[in-house]
Write a protein that binds this ligand. Structure first.
Ligand SMILES: *[C@@H]1O[C@H](CO)[C@@H](O)[C@H](O)[C@H]1NC(C)=O
Ligand SMILES: *[C@@H]1O[C@H](CO)[C@@H](O)[C@H](O)[C@H]1NC(C)=O
Length: 612
Protein backbone atom coordinates (compact mmCIF):
# COMPACT_ATOMS: atom_id res chain seq x y z
CA UNK A 1 0.00 0.00 0.00
CA UNK A 2 2.69 2.47 1.11
CA UNK A 3 4.99 1.31 -1.67
CA UNK A 4 2.29 1.81 -4.28
CA UNK A 5 1.44 5.26 -3.01
CA UNK A 6 5.10 6.28 -3.11
CA UNK A 7 5.47 4.79 -6.58
CA UNK A 8 2.48 6.82 -7.80
CA UNK A 9 4.04 9.98 -6.45
CA UNK A 10 7.31 9.12 -8.17
CA UNK A 11 5.47 8.64 -11.46
CA UNK A 12 3.75 11.97 -11.03
CA UNK A 13 7.03 13.76 -10.33
CA UNK A 14 8.63 11.94 -13.23
CA UNK A 15 5.90 13.06 -15.61
CA UNK A 16 6.25 16.65 -14.50
CA UNK A 17 10.00 16.47 -14.92
CA UNK A 18 9.66 14.95 -18.37
CA UNK A 19 7.26 17.74 -19.44
CA UNK A 20 9.55 20.40 -18.03
CA UNK A 21 12.49 18.96 -19.92
CA UNK A 22 10.48 18.77 -23.14
CA UNK A 23 9.43 22.40 -22.81
CA UNK A 24 12.91 23.67 -22.10
CA UNK A 25 14.33 21.79 -25.05
CA UNK A 26 11.57 23.03 -27.34
CA UNK A 27 12.57 26.54 -26.45
CA UNK A 28 16.11 25.80 -27.51
CA UNK A 29 14.70 24.36 -30.71
CA UNK A 30 16.56 21.15 -30.16
CA UNK A 31 13.66 18.73 -29.92
CA UNK A 32 13.49 16.32 -32.80
CA UNK A 33 10.11 15.72 -34.34
CA UNK A 34 8.56 12.42 -33.50
CA UNK A 35 8.99 9.53 -35.85
CA UNK A 36 6.52 8.75 -38.57
CA UNK A 37 3.05 7.51 -37.75
CA UNK A 38 3.13 8.72 -34.20
CA UNK A 39 -0.24 7.98 -32.71
CA UNK A 40 -0.55 11.08 -30.61
CA UNK A 41 -0.85 9.81 -27.08
CA UNK A 42 -0.29 11.49 -23.75
CA UNK A 43 3.00 10.86 -22.09
CA UNK A 44 2.44 8.28 -19.42
CA UNK A 45 -1.09 7.34 -20.39
CA UNK A 46 -0.06 3.82 -21.40
CA UNK A 47 3.29 3.94 -19.67
CA UNK A 48 2.66 3.88 -15.96
CA UNK A 49 6.18 2.59 -15.36
CA UNK A 50 7.95 5.34 -17.27
CA UNK A 51 9.76 3.08 -19.71
CA UNK A 52 9.26 5.11 -22.87
CA UNK A 53 10.80 8.42 -23.90
CA UNK A 54 8.41 11.35 -23.70
CA UNK A 55 5.68 11.34 -26.35
CA UNK A 56 7.21 14.15 -28.41
CA UNK A 57 10.18 11.98 -29.16
CA UNK A 58 8.47 8.61 -29.24
CA UNK A 59 7.99 6.56 -32.39
CA UNK A 60 5.84 3.68 -33.51
CA UNK A 61 6.07 1.62 -36.67
CA UNK A 62 3.83 -1.08 -38.06
CA UNK A 63 5.36 -4.41 -38.92
CA UNK A 64 4.70 -6.39 -42.06
CA UNK A 65 1.41 -8.22 -42.35
CA UNK A 66 3.11 -11.59 -42.33
CA UNK A 67 6.28 -13.19 -41.07
CA UNK A 68 7.48 -15.32 -38.15
CA UNK A 69 6.89 -12.51 -35.61
CA UNK A 70 3.51 -11.47 -37.04
CA UNK A 71 1.32 -9.71 -34.53
CA UNK A 72 4.07 -9.25 -31.97
CA UNK A 73 4.92 -5.91 -30.41
CA UNK A 74 8.37 -4.68 -29.55
CA UNK A 75 9.99 -1.70 -27.87
CA UNK A 76 13.23 -0.11 -29.08
CA UNK A 77 16.02 1.34 -26.95
CA UNK A 78 16.70 4.96 -27.82
CA UNK A 79 20.11 3.99 -29.20
CA UNK A 80 18.79 2.49 -32.46
CA UNK A 81 18.24 4.66 -35.52
CA UNK A 82 14.66 5.14 -36.58
CA UNK A 83 13.98 6.92 -39.84
CA UNK A 84 13.20 10.62 -39.44
CA UNK A 85 14.01 10.70 -35.76
CA UNK A 86 17.12 11.72 -33.89
CA UNK A 87 18.69 9.13 -31.65
CA UNK A 88 18.52 10.25 -28.02
CA UNK A 89 21.27 8.02 -26.57
CA UNK A 90 19.87 8.80 -23.12
CA UNK A 91 21.29 12.28 -23.29
CA UNK A 92 19.59 15.62 -24.03
CA UNK A 93 23.02 17.04 -24.85
CA UNK A 94 23.76 14.26 -27.31
CA UNK A 95 20.38 14.53 -28.97
CA UNK A 96 20.73 18.29 -29.39
CA UNK A 97 24.07 17.91 -31.16
CA UNK A 98 23.63 14.61 -32.93
CA UNK A 99 23.61 16.02 -36.43
CA UNK A 100 21.41 14.72 -39.22
CA UNK A 101 18.29 12.74 -38.60
CA UNK A 102 18.70 9.17 -39.85
CA UNK A 103 17.24 8.37 -43.26
CA UNK A 104 16.76 4.69 -42.49
CA UNK A 105 16.12 2.39 -39.59
CA UNK A 106 18.83 0.42 -37.89
CA UNK A 107 19.22 -2.86 -39.72
CA UNK A 108 17.97 -5.06 -36.90
CA UNK A 109 14.92 -2.83 -36.39
CA UNK A 110 14.04 -3.37 -40.05
CA UNK A 111 14.65 -7.09 -39.66
CA UNK A 112 12.05 -7.49 -36.93
CA UNK A 113 9.58 -5.15 -38.70
CA UNK A 114 9.97 -7.27 -41.81
CA UNK A 115 9.36 -10.36 -39.72
CA UNK A 116 5.95 -8.96 -38.81
CA UNK A 117 6.49 -7.33 -35.39
CA UNK A 118 5.34 -3.74 -34.76
CA UNK A 119 7.32 -1.13 -32.86
CA UNK A 120 5.36 0.36 -29.96
CA UNK A 121 7.82 3.02 -28.84
CA UNK A 122 11.32 4.14 -27.95
CA UNK A 123 12.61 3.35 -24.47
CA UNK A 124 14.72 5.34 -22.03
CA UNK A 125 18.26 4.38 -21.18
CA UNK A 126 21.24 5.44 -19.09
CA UNK A 127 23.08 8.43 -20.47
CA UNK A 128 25.39 7.44 -23.36
CA UNK A 129 24.80 3.82 -22.23
CA UNK A 130 27.72 4.40 -19.84
CA UNK A 131 25.97 3.23 -16.64
CA UNK A 132 24.09 0.17 -15.45
CA UNK A 133 21.55 1.51 -12.94
CA UNK A 134 18.78 2.91 -15.12
CA UNK A 135 18.69 6.06 -12.97
CA UNK A 136 19.21 8.74 -15.59
CA UNK A 137 18.97 12.17 -13.93
CA UNK A 138 17.62 13.76 -17.12
CA UNK A 139 14.54 11.55 -17.15
CA UNK A 140 12.39 9.75 -14.66
CA UNK A 141 13.73 6.38 -13.57
CA UNK A 142 11.59 3.58 -15.00
CA UNK A 143 9.82 1.58 -12.32
CA UNK A 144 10.86 -2.04 -12.00
CA UNK A 145 7.47 -3.81 -12.10
CA UNK A 146 8.81 -6.85 -10.24
CA UNK A 147 10.28 -4.82 -7.39
CA UNK A 148 9.03 -1.27 -7.35
CA UNK A 149 11.48 -0.07 -4.69
CA UNK A 150 14.51 -1.42 -6.54
CA UNK A 151 16.29 0.07 -9.53
CA UNK A 152 15.49 -1.40 -12.96
CA UNK A 153 19.15 -1.63 -14.02
CA UNK A 154 20.56 -0.33 -17.25
CA UNK A 155 21.61 0.88 -19.56
CA UNK A 156 18.71 -0.75 -21.45
CA UNK A 157 16.42 0.19 -18.54
CA UNK A 158 13.29 1.21 -20.44
CA UNK A 159 13.40 -1.84 -22.70
CA UNK A 160 13.66 -4.21 -19.73
CA UNK A 161 10.79 -2.46 -17.91
CA UNK A 162 8.56 -2.25 -21.01
CA UNK A 163 9.01 -5.98 -21.47
CA UNK A 164 8.68 -6.97 -17.79
CA UNK A 165 5.54 -4.82 -17.42
CA UNK A 166 4.10 -5.78 -20.85
CA UNK A 167 3.58 -2.06 -21.47
CA UNK A 168 1.56 -1.31 -24.63
CA UNK A 169 1.38 -5.08 -25.10
CA UNK A 170 5.16 -5.38 -25.40
CA UNK A 171 6.26 -8.94 -26.30
CA UNK A 172 9.97 -8.25 -26.62
CA UNK A 173 12.31 -5.29 -26.50
CA UNK A 174 15.56 -4.47 -28.26
CA UNK A 175 18.55 -3.31 -26.28
CA UNK A 176 22.32 -3.23 -26.53
CA UNK A 177 24.92 -4.80 -24.29
CA UNK A 178 28.51 -3.58 -24.06
CA UNK A 179 29.51 -4.23 -20.44
CA UNK A 180 26.21 -5.71 -19.21
CA UNK A 181 23.46 -3.38 -20.39
CA UNK A 182 21.00 -6.14 -21.31
CA UNK A 183 22.06 -8.78 -18.80
CA UNK A 184 21.92 -6.58 -15.70
CA UNK A 185 18.42 -5.10 -16.25
CA UNK A 186 17.17 -8.55 -17.32
CA UNK A 187 18.35 -9.92 -13.97
CA UNK A 188 16.87 -7.03 -11.96
CA UNK A 189 13.52 -6.94 -13.76
CA UNK A 190 12.92 -10.69 -13.93
CA UNK A 191 12.87 -11.22 -17.70
CA UNK A 192 14.89 -13.31 -20.13
CA UNK A 193 17.69 -11.45 -21.82
CA UNK A 194 20.35 -12.27 -24.35
CA UNK A 195 23.62 -10.61 -25.19
CA UNK A 196 24.60 -11.98 -28.59
CA UNK A 197 28.02 -13.04 -29.82
CA UNK A 198 29.95 -9.94 -30.82
CA UNK A 199 29.43 -9.04 -34.46
CA UNK A 200 26.74 -11.63 -35.10
CA UNK A 201 23.77 -9.23 -35.17
CA UNK A 202 24.23 -6.12 -37.27
CA UNK A 203 25.12 -2.93 -35.41
CA UNK A 204 24.37 -0.85 -38.51
CA UNK A 205 22.32 2.14 -37.45
CA UNK A 206 23.06 1.61 -33.75
CA UNK A 207 24.93 4.35 -31.88
CA UNK A 208 28.33 2.95 -30.93
CA UNK A 209 29.74 3.05 -27.41
CA UNK A 210 32.81 0.78 -27.50
CA UNK A 211 32.75 -0.95 -30.90
CA UNK A 212 34.74 -4.07 -30.07
CA UNK A 213 32.36 -4.76 -27.13
CA UNK A 214 29.01 -3.47 -28.44
CA UNK A 215 26.35 -6.06 -29.18
CA UNK A 216 22.62 -6.11 -29.89
CA UNK A 217 20.50 -7.95 -27.37
CA UNK A 218 16.86 -8.31 -26.46
CA UNK A 219 14.44 -9.10 -23.64
CA UNK A 220 11.38 -11.36 -23.49
CA UNK A 221 9.11 -12.74 -20.80
CA UNK A 222 9.28 -16.24 -22.24
CA UNK A 223 12.21 -18.26 -23.53
CA UNK A 224 10.20 -19.14 -26.64
CA UNK A 225 9.77 -15.52 -27.66
CA UNK A 226 13.45 -14.88 -26.92
CA UNK A 227 14.33 -17.76 -29.23
CA UNK A 228 11.89 -16.72 -31.99
CA UNK A 229 13.43 -13.25 -32.15
CA UNK A 230 16.82 -14.95 -32.33
CA UNK A 231 15.66 -16.92 -35.37
CA UNK A 232 15.03 -13.60 -37.10
CA UNK A 233 18.09 -11.64 -35.99
CA UNK A 234 20.81 -14.28 -35.83
CA UNK A 235 22.40 -15.63 -39.01
CA UNK A 236 21.43 -19.21 -39.77
CA UNK A 237 23.18 -21.73 -37.63
CA UNK A 238 26.59 -22.99 -38.66
CA UNK A 239 26.15 -26.69 -39.40
CA UNK A 240 29.26 -27.52 -37.38
CA UNK A 241 28.07 -25.60 -34.36
CA UNK A 242 27.15 -27.72 -31.33
CA UNK A 243 23.41 -28.03 -30.78
CA UNK A 244 23.55 -29.29 -27.21
CA UNK A 245 25.84 -28.50 -24.28
CA UNK A 246 28.64 -31.04 -24.04
CA UNK A 247 29.22 -30.06 -20.38
CA UNK A 248 28.02 -27.52 -17.81
CA UNK A 249 30.56 -25.79 -15.59
CA UNK A 250 29.35 -23.90 -12.56
CA UNK A 251 31.81 -21.06 -11.90
CA UNK A 252 32.43 -21.41 -8.19
CA UNK A 253 34.43 -18.19 -7.97
CA UNK A 254 31.35 -16.32 -9.22
CA UNK A 255 29.43 -17.25 -6.08
CA UNK A 256 31.99 -16.86 -3.32
CA UNK A 257 30.61 -15.35 -0.11
CA UNK A 258 32.60 -12.21 -0.67
CA UNK A 259 31.09 -11.72 -4.07
CA UNK A 260 27.45 -12.66 -3.89
CA UNK A 261 24.32 -12.27 -1.84
CA UNK A 262 21.92 -15.13 -1.01
CA UNK A 263 19.84 -14.46 -4.13
CA UNK A 264 22.81 -15.16 -6.40
CA UNK A 265 24.12 -18.07 -4.38
CA UNK A 266 20.71 -19.72 -4.31
CA UNK A 267 20.41 -19.24 -8.07
CA UNK A 268 23.58 -21.28 -8.40
CA UNK A 269 22.29 -23.91 -5.98
CA UNK A 270 19.03 -24.12 -7.94
CA UNK A 271 21.05 -24.55 -11.13
CA UNK A 272 22.91 -27.48 -9.58
CA UNK A 273 19.61 -29.05 -8.54
CA UNK A 274 18.10 -28.54 -12.00
CA UNK A 275 21.18 -29.83 -13.84
CA UNK A 276 21.21 -32.93 -11.68
CA UNK A 277 17.69 -33.55 -12.92
CA UNK A 278 18.13 -32.87 -16.61
CA UNK A 279 21.78 -33.59 -17.45
CA UNK A 280 23.39 -35.48 -14.60
CA UNK A 281 26.93 -36.51 -15.32
CA UNK A 282 27.72 -33.56 -17.58
CA UNK A 283 27.92 -31.12 -14.75
CA UNK A 284 30.93 -30.04 -12.71
CA UNK A 285 32.30 -27.07 -10.79
CA UNK A 286 35.17 -25.00 -12.02
CA UNK A 287 37.23 -22.11 -10.71
CA UNK A 288 37.56 -19.74 -13.67
CA UNK A 289 40.27 -17.68 -12.00
CA UNK A 290 42.41 -20.75 -11.57
CA UNK A 291 41.84 -21.77 -15.18
CA UNK A 292 42.83 -18.33 -16.47
CA UNK A 293 45.88 -18.17 -14.21
CA UNK A 294 47.17 -21.38 -15.76
CA UNK A 295 46.44 -20.40 -19.35
CA UNK A 296 47.28 -16.69 -19.40
CA UNK A 297 50.77 -15.65 -18.27
CA UNK A 298 50.13 -11.89 -18.63
CA UNK A 299 46.93 -12.16 -16.68
CA UNK A 300 48.80 -14.15 -14.05
CA UNK A 301 51.38 -11.36 -13.78
CA UNK A 302 48.58 -8.85 -13.28
CA UNK A 303 46.94 -10.90 -10.55
CA UNK A 304 50.34 -11.49 -8.97
CA UNK A 305 50.13 -12.87 -5.48
CA UNK A 306 46.95 -11.07 -4.53
CA UNK A 307 44.44 -13.43 -2.99
CA UNK A 308 41.18 -14.04 -4.83
CA UNK A 309 41.75 -11.21 -7.27
CA UNK A 310 40.90 -13.13 -10.41
CA UNK A 311 37.51 -11.70 -11.32
CA UNK A 312 38.36 -8.28 -9.86
CA UNK A 313 41.38 -8.14 -12.15
CA UNK A 314 39.34 -9.29 -15.12
CA UNK A 315 36.91 -6.47 -14.39
CA UNK A 316 39.84 -4.05 -14.42
CA UNK A 317 40.81 -5.35 -17.84
CA UNK A 318 37.29 -4.57 -19.02
CA UNK A 319 37.23 -1.12 -17.41
CA UNK A 320 40.46 -0.09 -19.08
CA UNK A 321 40.04 -1.59 -22.54
CA UNK A 322 36.39 -0.57 -22.79
CA UNK A 323 37.06 2.88 -21.33
CA UNK A 324 39.80 3.51 -23.88
CA UNK A 325 37.44 2.65 -26.73
CA UNK A 326 34.65 4.76 -25.32
CA UNK A 327 36.98 7.72 -25.10
CA UNK A 328 38.24 7.13 -28.62
CA UNK A 329 34.63 7.00 -29.80
CA UNK A 330 32.99 9.79 -27.77
CA UNK A 331 35.99 11.91 -26.75
CA UNK A 332 35.96 14.16 -29.84
CA UNK A 333 32.26 14.93 -29.36
CA UNK A 334 32.76 15.48 -25.64
CA UNK A 335 35.67 17.86 -26.14
CA UNK A 336 33.90 19.80 -28.89
CA UNK A 337 30.48 20.16 -27.28
CA UNK A 338 31.44 20.25 -23.59
CA UNK A 339 28.02 18.78 -22.81
CA UNK A 340 26.26 18.79 -19.46
CA UNK A 341 26.17 15.13 -18.43
CA UNK A 342 25.17 12.95 -15.52
CA UNK A 343 28.11 13.58 -13.14
CA UNK A 344 28.76 9.86 -12.78
CA UNK A 345 28.96 9.41 -16.55
CA UNK A 346 31.10 12.49 -16.87
CA UNK A 347 33.44 11.14 -14.20
CA UNK A 348 33.84 7.89 -16.11
CA UNK A 349 34.57 9.73 -19.36
CA UNK A 350 37.14 11.93 -17.66
CA UNK A 351 38.79 8.87 -16.15
CA UNK A 352 38.78 7.12 -19.52
CA UNK A 353 40.49 10.16 -21.05
CA UNK A 354 43.34 9.80 -18.58
CA UNK A 355 44.11 6.11 -19.15
CA UNK A 356 47.76 5.59 -19.93
CA UNK A 357 48.41 4.22 -23.43
CA UNK A 358 50.91 1.72 -22.03
CA UNK A 359 48.35 0.32 -19.63
CA UNK A 360 45.73 0.18 -22.37
CA UNK A 361 48.13 -1.73 -24.66
CA UNK A 362 49.01 -4.22 -21.94
CA UNK A 363 45.38 -4.76 -21.01
CA UNK A 364 44.46 -5.28 -24.66
CA UNK A 365 47.07 -8.03 -24.79
CA UNK A 366 45.64 -9.59 -21.64
CA UNK A 367 42.19 -9.42 -23.18
CA UNK A 368 43.46 -11.28 -26.25
CA UNK A 369 45.07 -13.93 -24.08
CA UNK A 370 41.92 -14.40 -22.02
CA UNK A 371 39.78 -14.56 -25.12
CA UNK A 372 41.90 -17.31 -26.66
CA UNK A 373 41.85 -19.31 -23.43
CA UNK A 374 38.08 -18.96 -23.18
CA UNK A 375 37.60 -19.96 -26.81
CA UNK A 376 39.56 -23.13 -26.16
CA UNK A 377 37.65 -23.84 -22.96
CA UNK A 378 34.24 -23.40 -24.59
CA UNK A 379 34.98 -25.20 -27.82
CA UNK A 380 32.57 -28.08 -28.54
CA UNK A 381 29.67 -26.81 -26.53
CA UNK A 382 30.82 -26.27 -22.97
CA UNK A 383 28.41 -23.96 -21.13
CA UNK A 384 29.36 -21.83 -18.13
CA UNK A 385 26.78 -21.32 -15.39
CA UNK A 386 26.87 -18.28 -13.11
CA UNK A 387 24.54 -15.74 -11.54
CA UNK A 388 23.90 -12.82 -13.90
CA UNK A 389 24.37 -10.25 -11.14
CA UNK A 390 25.77 -10.74 -7.61
CA UNK A 391 22.27 -10.39 -6.20
CA UNK A 392 18.95 -8.61 -6.58
CA UNK A 393 18.83 -4.97 -7.65
CA UNK A 394 19.87 -2.26 -5.18
CA UNK A 395 17.24 0.15 -3.88
CA UNK A 396 16.24 3.18 -5.88
CA UNK A 397 17.86 6.50 -5.08
CA UNK A 398 20.87 5.17 -3.17
CA UNK A 399 23.09 7.51 -5.12
CA UNK A 400 26.16 6.87 -7.20
CA UNK A 401 28.56 6.42 -4.29
CA UNK A 402 26.58 3.68 -2.65
CA UNK A 403 25.95 1.86 -5.90
CA UNK A 404 29.51 2.14 -7.16
CA UNK A 405 30.78 -0.82 -5.14
CA UNK A 406 27.85 -2.87 -6.32
CA UNK A 407 28.44 -1.82 -9.91
CA UNK A 408 31.98 -3.13 -9.66
CA UNK A 409 30.77 -6.48 -8.37
CA UNK A 410 28.31 -6.69 -11.26
CA UNK A 411 31.12 -6.16 -13.73
CA UNK A 412 33.12 -8.97 -12.16
CA UNK A 413 30.46 -11.27 -13.56
CA UNK A 414 29.49 -9.51 -16.79
CA UNK A 415 33.08 -8.82 -17.89
CA UNK A 416 33.63 -12.45 -18.88
CA UNK A 417 31.31 -12.41 -21.92
CA UNK A 418 32.02 -8.74 -22.66
CA UNK A 419 35.79 -9.17 -22.90
CA UNK A 420 35.55 -12.33 -24.95
CA UNK A 421 32.71 -11.33 -27.30
CA UNK A 422 30.70 -14.32 -26.10
CA UNK A 423 26.95 -14.83 -26.00
CA UNK A 424 25.16 -14.95 -22.64
CA UNK A 425 21.54 -15.75 -21.80
CA UNK A 426 20.00 -14.65 -18.51
CA UNK A 427 17.12 -16.70 -17.09
CA UNK A 428 14.82 -14.94 -14.59
CA UNK A 429 14.26 -16.50 -11.17
CA UNK A 430 11.52 -15.23 -8.92
CA UNK A 431 10.55 -16.29 -5.41
CA UNK A 432 7.01 -14.99 -4.85
CA UNK A 433 7.57 -14.22 -1.17
CA UNK A 434 10.97 -12.56 -1.51
CA UNK A 435 11.64 -9.13 -2.96
CA UNK A 436 13.70 -8.85 -6.10
CA UNK A 437 14.22 -11.19 -9.05
CA UNK A 438 17.60 -12.74 -9.78
CA UNK A 439 19.07 -13.86 -13.09
CA UNK A 440 20.95 -17.08 -13.72
CA UNK A 441 23.22 -16.95 -16.74
CA UNK A 442 24.59 -19.32 -19.33
CA UNK A 443 27.69 -18.35 -21.31
CA UNK A 444 28.64 -20.34 -24.37
CA UNK A 445 31.35 -20.32 -27.00
CA UNK A 446 31.36 -17.83 -29.83
CA UNK A 447 28.29 -18.19 -32.02
CA UNK A 448 26.49 -20.66 -29.78
CA UNK A 449 23.65 -18.16 -29.25
CA UNK A 450 20.94 -20.54 -30.46
CA UNK A 451 22.31 -23.47 -28.51
CA UNK A 452 22.36 -21.31 -25.37
CA UNK A 453 18.72 -20.33 -25.76
CA UNK A 454 17.79 -23.99 -26.33
CA UNK A 455 19.81 -24.97 -23.27
CA UNK A 456 18.01 -22.30 -21.27
CA UNK A 457 14.69 -23.71 -22.47
CA UNK A 458 15.70 -27.21 -21.35
CA UNK A 459 16.76 -25.93 -17.97
CA UNK A 460 14.13 -23.35 -17.19
CA UNK A 461 11.26 -25.45 -15.83
CA UNK A 462 13.35 -27.33 -13.27
CA UNK A 463 15.30 -24.21 -12.39
CA UNK A 464 12.34 -21.91 -11.86
CA UNK A 465 10.70 -24.64 -9.84
CA UNK A 466 13.68 -25.25 -7.56
CA UNK A 467 14.66 -21.67 -6.83
CA UNK A 468 11.93 -20.29 -4.49
CA UNK A 469 12.20 -23.08 -1.90
CA UNK A 470 15.98 -22.89 -1.87
CA UNK A 471 16.02 -19.12 -1.44
CA UNK A 472 13.32 -19.07 1.22
CA UNK A 473 15.05 -21.78 3.25
CA UNK A 474 18.36 -19.93 3.03
CA UNK A 475 16.85 -16.61 4.08
CA UNK A 476 15.14 -18.33 7.00
CA UNK A 477 18.47 -19.81 8.04
CA UNK A 478 20.16 -16.41 7.86
CA UNK A 479 17.35 -14.54 9.62
CA UNK A 480 15.46 -16.89 11.89
CA UNK A 481 11.99 -15.54 12.58
CA UNK A 482 11.85 -13.30 15.63
CA UNK A 483 9.74 -14.39 18.53
CA UNK A 484 6.90 -12.12 19.55
CA UNK A 485 8.37 -9.50 21.85
CA UNK A 486 11.89 -9.75 20.41
CA UNK A 487 11.74 -6.23 19.02
CA UNK A 488 10.80 -4.83 22.45
CA UNK A 489 13.47 -6.94 24.12
CA UNK A 490 16.04 -5.39 21.79
CA UNK A 491 14.80 -1.91 22.73
CA UNK A 492 14.91 -2.87 26.40
CA UNK A 493 18.52 -4.05 26.05
CA UNK A 494 19.39 -0.79 24.34
CA UNK A 495 17.80 1.24 27.17
CA UNK A 496 19.58 -0.91 29.78
CA UNK A 497 22.93 -0.26 28.10
CA UNK A 498 22.28 3.47 28.20
CA UNK A 499 21.34 3.35 31.90
CA UNK A 500 17.68 4.15 31.21
CA UNK A 501 16.45 1.45 33.58
CA UNK A 502 12.84 2.58 33.89
CA UNK A 503 12.48 2.61 30.09
CA UNK A 504 14.04 -0.82 29.95
CA UNK A 505 11.54 -2.14 32.51
CA UNK A 506 8.70 -0.83 30.37
CA UNK A 507 10.01 -2.35 27.14
CA UNK A 508 10.58 -5.72 28.80
CA UNK A 509 7.08 -5.46 30.25
CA UNK A 510 5.62 -5.17 26.75
CA UNK A 511 7.77 -8.07 25.59
CA UNK A 512 6.56 -10.22 28.51
CA UNK A 513 2.98 -9.23 27.71
CA UNK A 514 3.44 -10.58 24.18
CA UNK A 515 5.29 -13.70 25.22
CA UNK A 516 5.01 -14.51 28.95
CA UNK A 517 6.79 -17.85 28.53
CA UNK A 518 10.13 -16.37 27.50
CA UNK A 519 12.48 -16.52 30.52
CA UNK A 520 14.98 -14.06 28.98
CA UNK A 521 12.49 -11.18 28.93
CA UNK A 522 11.71 -11.72 32.62
CA UNK A 523 15.33 -12.18 33.68
CA UNK A 524 16.33 -9.04 31.77
CA UNK A 525 13.65 -7.06 33.54
CA UNK A 526 15.01 -8.45 36.78
CA UNK A 527 18.37 -6.93 35.86
CA UNK A 528 16.81 -3.51 35.34
CA UNK A 529 15.02 -3.82 38.72
CA UNK A 530 18.30 -4.77 40.33
CA UNK A 531 19.96 -1.66 38.90
CA UNK A 532 17.17 0.50 40.31
CA UNK A 533 17.38 -1.19 43.68
CA UNK A 534 13.93 -2.81 43.40
CA UNK A 535 15.21 -5.94 45.11
CA UNK A 536 11.88 -7.59 45.76
CA UNK A 537 10.68 -7.04 42.21
CA UNK A 538 13.99 -8.37 40.98
CA UNK A 539 13.60 -11.47 43.12
CA UNK A 540 10.05 -12.06 41.87
CA UNK A 541 11.11 -11.80 38.23
CA UNK A 542 14.04 -14.14 38.79
CA UNK A 543 11.78 -16.69 40.46
CA UNK A 544 9.45 -16.53 37.45
CA UNK A 545 12.39 -16.92 35.04
CA UNK A 546 13.71 -19.91 36.98
CA UNK A 547 10.29 -21.54 36.87
CA UNK A 548 10.36 -21.14 33.08
CA UNK A 549 13.91 -22.45 32.83
CA UNK A 550 15.36 -24.46 35.72
CA UNK A 551 18.87 -24.16 34.29
CA UNK A 552 18.93 -20.40 33.89
CA UNK A 553 22.21 -19.51 35.62
CA UNK A 554 21.88 -15.77 35.18
CA UNK A 555 18.50 -15.78 36.90
CA UNK A 556 20.01 -17.58 39.92
CA UNK A 557 22.89 -15.11 40.01
CA UNK A 558 20.59 -12.07 39.83
CA UNK A 559 18.23 -13.40 42.48
CA UNK A 560 21.20 -14.22 44.68
CA UNK A 561 22.52 -10.70 44.30
CA UNK A 562 19.13 -9.20 45.16
CA UNK A 563 18.88 -11.51 48.17
CA UNK A 564 22.39 -10.79 49.45
CA UNK A 565 21.89 -7.03 49.14
CA UNK A 566 18.69 -7.46 51.13
CA UNK A 567 20.68 -9.28 53.82
CA UNK A 568 19.22 -12.68 53.00
CA UNK A 569 22.62 -14.44 52.88
CA UNK A 570 21.55 -18.04 53.33
CA UNK A 571 19.11 -17.98 50.44
CA UNK A 572 21.66 -16.01 48.40
CA UNK A 573 24.25 -18.70 49.10
CA UNK A 574 21.90 -21.42 47.89
CA UNK A 575 21.34 -19.55 44.63
CA UNK A 576 25.05 -18.93 44.08
CA UNK A 577 25.71 -22.60 44.75
CA UNK A 578 23.06 -23.60 42.25
CA UNK A 579 24.64 -21.27 39.68
CA UNK A 580 28.04 -22.83 40.38
CA UNK A 581 26.58 -26.30 40.00
CA UNK A 582 25.18 -25.31 36.59
CA UNK A 583 28.41 -23.61 35.53
CA UNK A 584 31.34 -25.03 37.49
CA UNK A 585 33.75 -22.56 35.90
CA UNK A 586 31.68 -19.45 36.62
CA UNK A 587 34.13 -17.28 38.53
CA UNK A 588 31.47 -14.82 39.75
CA UNK A 589 29.53 -17.64 41.28
CA UNK A 590 32.66 -19.14 42.82
CA UNK A 591 33.67 -15.83 44.38
CA UNK A 592 30.19 -15.10 45.71
CA UNK A 593 29.77 -18.56 47.22
CA UNK A 594 32.94 -17.97 49.20
CA UNK A 595 31.90 -14.46 50.18
CA UNK A 596 28.49 -15.63 51.43
CA UNK A 597 30.06 -18.46 53.37
CA UNK A 598 32.44 -16.04 55.00
CA UNK A 599 29.66 -13.66 55.94
CA UNK A 600 27.55 -16.43 57.36
CA UNK A 601 30.65 -17.76 59.18
CA UNK A 602 30.89 -20.95 57.19
CA UNK A 603 34.08 -20.05 55.43
CA UNK A 604 36.28 -23.01 54.68
CA UNK A 605 39.31 -22.49 56.93
CA UNK A 606 41.62 -23.72 54.16
CA UNK A 607 40.44 -21.00 51.81
CA UNK A 608 42.49 -17.96 50.93
CA UNK A 609 40.13 -15.49 52.56
CA UNK A 610 42.53 -12.65 52.17
CA UNK A 611 41.86 -12.41 48.47
CA UNK A 612 38.10 -12.21 48.82
C1 LIG B 1 39.63 -19.79 -7.15
O1 LIG B 1 41.02 -19.81 -7.38
C2 LIG B 1 41.72 -18.70 -6.87
C3 LIG B 1 43.14 -18.80 -7.34
O2 LIG B 1 43.70 -20.03 -6.99
C4 LIG B 1 41.57 -18.67 -5.37
O3 LIG B 1 42.24 -17.55 -4.83
C5 LIG B 1 40.12 -18.59 -5.00
O4 LIG B 1 39.95 -18.66 -3.61
C6 LIG B 1 39.34 -19.73 -5.67
N1 LIG B 1 37.92 -19.50 -5.42
C7 LIG B 1 37.10 -20.44 -4.95
C8 LIG B 1 35.72 -20.05 -4.70
O5 LIG B 1 37.48 -21.57 -4.73
C1 LIG C 1 36.29 -25.55 33.14
O1 LIG C 1 37.66 -25.23 33.17
C2 LIG C 1 38.51 -26.36 33.04
C3 LIG C 1 39.95 -25.92 33.26
O2 LIG C 1 40.07 -24.55 33.30
C4 LIG C 1 38.30 -27.01 31.69
O3 LIG C 1 39.11 -28.13 31.51
C5 LIG C 1 36.84 -27.40 31.56
O4 LIG C 1 36.61 -27.88 30.23
C6 LIG C 1 35.93 -26.22 31.82
N1 LIG C 1 34.56 -26.66 31.84
C7 LIG C 1 33.55 -26.03 31.29
C8 LIG C 1 32.20 -26.64 31.44
O5 LIG C 1 33.71 -25.00 30.65
Amino acid sequence: MGGRAIATVVVAIGTLLARALTRSRTRKGATARAGRRRRGRDAGADDELGAFVESERDATMDGRESGPLRGMKFAVKDIFDVRGRRCGFGSPAFEATAGETPKRNAECVDDVLNAGASAIGMTTMDELAYAVNGENPHYRTPINPRARNLIPGGSSSGSAVACAGALRGCDFALGTDTGGSVRIPASYCGVFGIRTSHGLVSMRGVQALAPSFDTVGWFARSIDVLRRVGDVLLPSADEHAPTKPSAWYLLEDSVSDKRSSPHAQCAAVAAVAALNEIDRGKFRRMNLTEHLLVGCPKFQALVGRREDCGLDCLREVLRVTMGAEIWENLGPWYKKEQPVLDPAVEGRLEAAAKLSPTQVELFKEIREEVRETMDRLLDNGVVLVLPTTPGKAPERGLGEKATEEWRKKCFELTCIASLCGLPQVSIPLIAPNVEGPQGLSLIGGYQTDRMLMDAARDLVVELVDAYPDILEAELLRLNPPREPGDAEKAKGNEALKKGKYQDAIEYYGVAIGKNPKNPVYVANRAMAHLKLGNYELCEDDCTTAIKLDRKYTKAYLRRATARSVGGNYLEALMDFEEALRLEPNNSDAKREVNRMKKIIGMADPGMDVGKL
